[in-house]
Design a protein around this ligand. Structure first.
Ligand SMILES: *Cc1c(COP(=O)(O)O)cnc(C)c1O
Length: 824
């Protein structure tokens, strides 16, 4: 829907500066996601760490002319044709705009909250309702203070039902979300321990969530959960409760039977004592069954007939939450998004692709299936798809499905081809010719895109390291929360990003605007540059043989000795270079590398003063034991030495020299020592080096069961007959060995992995490529997943068992283990 800038000014109560007419169709809060500048209104939001006002000049240059701001830019006269809407609080104004937009709709609006299952319930309700209603819903999991207004803004003149998620992580957040969504139907999914950090109790969190339902006419929830049931009655909500239960026959929706088979579940129910029904769900896990019942209650309330419901339930598609990045064949990178195909999630996926830099020459390709049942005219829809794809710099378009074939003309990208189905594409020349491309694969499951991805992905090994990019960003924010907004940050991605794979990590970090990336050697820096990384890069161990490479690729070396410094100066002079930035390392107690803070400073200053090839950009030192209170005195001693020496260096030069000493543990333990910059390492990858606890888990090392066999009592397993079984045992072989980085010392029951959530000991000696585990008594079959460490088995369990540190376990995972990156 389009609003004039006039109208918006009134709706958000803004003071308007500027007179240009404008029609606004898009709202932007993240400058990196800009797509349609002319019709965009940018809200300059302020957070603890960032300030949207900073991006106004850049956005103006890129064509944006409408800005909601708290402060007018200094040189507002140079933005002659722009409009600035000045408000006291831009976030509140954004929320206000969404609220006013919402108020113009008199249709059922479903508001979903809970700890788990919100997105699944939302997506399934969408699948169940869309055959007969035009549904507008939150894209992916846009459920925050910013995500909710952006979602509600998507309501348009076609919408017949709105479907929105509300997520909170701290007290007093729900009221704002309720005012924006104003649900007529409230839906509560499972309440659990997720996002509990900022609440005193589950009860407090649950009460906060229930505030979403204050004015709802109907509230759908499960009454079998005693806490929810009690709180709902205590909160004296206005709406009519539609409670479901598997126990209480008098519940509005009574589930009389849940019958699980090998691959599906049959659920029988009675609704309001007179409608009897049954459906079969193509899933068997408890969460899916529970969420399907919640959906049933909503669907029946909305008047969907039990027969229609049963038919649609049978075809429910799993909700793929993840956007995955995988290495493909023939130099391709695959971005796989099997989240329900619709235009908003397509836009998010395209934005994700667009924001990941790439080295020159690789084409951006979109493989898209028909977008089904949108209630829109296909010609319009695909014209919009084409427009969006072109704006997001897609250069090649491959359409799959009969509808796309029929509307090939709507796609304005020159390099395009179309196929009626996935099979015909797979057997085409176009498929064979995919080379050196970044390929976004986006298709509804019905089109069988799984098979497509399987064929395109590079086959290495059945063992994979899954890297959760959301968790990485959460860890980044966790550490940033200890830092002042102006403190700069170096992210350490040496040793291939502590084992996670430096390139993809660097892309994510660059997108989150970290100031510096640091790697160990020049070659690691070159790899980053070749993959489109333009951030500043520090080289911690510059080799004497790699100076030229560093200059060519703008990699900034650390200098730790006069010998290195002299050689660097000579090399820079030879290339005719002046003012090349370097980073000075001082040895305050590690006694590894670095200048002596008490004896070398004078001479160091002197050397720098008598040349102009190099310029000190920063000076730093490294704590020996910031991870333990035992070394607090020594850390203080190190800091004093550093503080004094680094001030001396600074005072000798007119330009600003960044001073830094805090590493991950230091950021948390000595935030007062953050100086100008901090260096974040292990914490980024999820391990808190002080508590050894996992902050947000980033890495999960996974494999599968290759073969199962029963081994009789007293037989032995593996080389050298080290593993004797005492009883008849079930033994699984898994394709991971010490060559993959599974430490051989974990063998012979010194460690375990998880099979279907149960502990399985390594038995016998671990081999080079294979290990054997004892799965006696565990319900499992060949092909089942095995977690070596990760979401459910902290990496620290392994490092403790090995009497080492998690750093060693992570960096020891060998290159042949395929890395898969994903983001919600
Ligand atoms: C590796 C490294 C860091 C990061 O240390 P963490 O303990 O992983 O945070 C910081 N500074 C220097 C000089 C390093 O080599």
């Amino acid at each position: 829907m389009i609003y004039t800038i006039d109208r918006i000014t009134t709706l958000i109560n803004a003071e308007r500066y500027g007179e240009a007419d404008a029609r606004i169709g898009f709202i932007l809060t993240d400058s990196r996601s800009l797509c349609f500048p002319e019709e965009t209104l940018f809200f300059a939001l302020k957070s603890d760490r960032n300030d949207g006002h900073r991006y106004i000049p850049e956005l103006y240059r890129r064509g944006v002319r409408n800005f909601a701001v708290e402060v007018l830019p200094d040189s507002s006269s140079s933005y002659t044709d722009a409009n600035f809407l000045k408000v006291a609080d831009t976030l509140k104004a954004l929320q206000m705009l969404a609220k006013k937009h919402r108020e113009t709709f008199h249709i059922p609006i479903i508001g979903i909250t809970g700890s788990n299952g919100k997105t699944m319930v939302k997506e399934w309700l969408y699948q169940l309702l869309m055959p007969e209603r035009f549904v507008t819903r939150s894209p992916r999991s846009y459920n925050s203070q910013i995500g909710v207004p952006l979602s509600v803004w998507l309501l348009n003149e076609n919408t017949q039902i709105g479907l929105f998620e509300a997520g909170i992580s701290r007290p007093k957040e729900m009221d704002a979300l309720r005012e924006i969504i104003r649900p007529t139907i409230g839906v509560l999914t499972t309440i659990g321990t997720a996002h509990q950090e900022n609440f005193a109790s589950i009860e407090e969190k649950c009460r906060e969530k229930l505030r979403l339902f204050r004015h709802a006419q109907t509230i759908v929830y499960c009454t079998d959960n005693a806490l929810t049931a009690r709180l709902i009655s205590e909160e004296s909500l206005e709406g009519e409760p539609i409670a479901w239960s598997t126990k209480d026959e008098n519940a509005q929706l009574y589930v009389s039977r849940i019958e699980k088979q090998a691959e599906h579940t049959t659920v029988s129910y009675r609704y309001k004592n007179h409608i009897e029904g049954q459906y079969t769900l193509p899933f068997i896990d408890d969460a899916s069954v529970e969420n399907s019942i919640t959906c049933t209650a909503v669907a029946l309330y909305l008047g969907i007939a039990p027969a229609a419901l049963a038919k649609r339930m049978a075809h429910l598609e799993p909700v793929a939450m993840r956007l995955e990045v995988k290495e493909g064949q023939h130099g391709c990178t695959l971005i796989n998004d099997s989240y329900n195909s619709d235009i908003h999630s397509l836009d998010i996926a395209l934005d994700f692709m667009n924001r990941r830099p790439d080295h020159k020459g690789r084409k951006r390709t979109l493989i898209l299936s028909d977008i089904e049942q949108t209630g829109r005219k296909p010609a319009d829809l695909y014209r919009e798809v084409s427009h969006l794809a072109a704006k997001r710099r897609v250069e090649k378009f491959i359409g799959i499905g009969r509808q796309l074939c029929a509307h090939a003309d709507s796609i304005g990208i020159t390099d395009k081809c179309f196929f009626p189905d996935c099979e015909s594409f797979i057997h085409s020349e176009a498929f064979d010719k995919l080379r050196n491309e970044v390929i976004l694969i986006k298709g509804a499951r019905r089109f069988g895109f799984d098979r497509l991805t399987d064929l395109l992905v590079k086959k290495v090994h059945e063992t994979t390291l899954e890297v959760n990019l959301n968790a990485l960003v959460e860890n980044l924010n966790y550490y940033r929360s200890f830092m002042k907004p102006e403190t700069k940050l170096v992210c350490m991605i040496k040793a291939n990003g502590y084992g996670t794979g430096a390139v993809e990590i660097a892309k994510t970090l660059q997108d989150h605007r970290v100031d510096y990336l640091a790697v160990a050697v020049a070659d690691e820096g070159v790899t980053l540059r070749n993959n489109g990384i333009t951030s500043s890069i520090m080289i911690m161990n510059p080799e004497m043989t790699a100076f030229k490479t560093m200059f060519d690729y703008e990699l900034e070396p650390e200098v730790y000795s006069f010998r290195l410094l002299d050689a660097l100066i000579k090399a820079a002079r030879k290339e005719g270079i002046a003012g090349y930035p370097v980073h000075i390392k001082l040895d305050t107690g590690m006694h590894r590398l670095g200048f002596d803070p008490q004896q070398d400073i004078e001479k160091l200053i002197d050397v720098f003063k008598h040349q102009n090839a190099l310029i000190p950009r920063s000076v730093f030192s490294h704590f020996v034991g910031s991870d333990s209170n035992d070394f607090d005195d020594f850390s203080r001693h190190q800091f004093v030495l550093f503080d004094e020496a680094s001030r001396k260096i600074q005072s000798a030069f007119p330009h600003k020299i960044l001073r830094h000493i805090d590493n991950s543990a230091g950021i948390e333990h000595f935030p007062e020592r953050q100086l100008d910059m901090c260096r974040l390492g292990i914490g980024l990858y999820g391990v808190n080096p002080r508590s050894n606890a996992i902050i947000h888990n980033v890495c999960t090392l996974k494999t599968t069961i290759l073969q199962l066999r029963i081994v009789k009592a007293h037989e032995t397993i593996g080389y050298s007959r080290r593993g004797t079984v005492e009883r008849d045992s079930l033994i699984a072989a898994i394709p991971i060995g010490y060559a993959d980085g599974l430490n051989r010392r974990l063998g012979n029951r010194h460690g375990y992995c998880l099979v279907n959530g149960k502990k399985a000991d390594y038995i016998g000696n671990i081999c080079m490529d294979v290990a054997m585990i004892d799965v006696t008594g565990i319900d499992c079959k060949e092909g089942d997943a095995v977690e070596i460490f990760g979401d459910r088995l902290p990496v620290t369990v392994l490092s403790d068992a090995l009497s080492t540190i998690p750093y060693e376990v992570l960096t020891g995972i060998s290159n042949r283990v395929k890395r898969v990156y994903f983001q919600d």
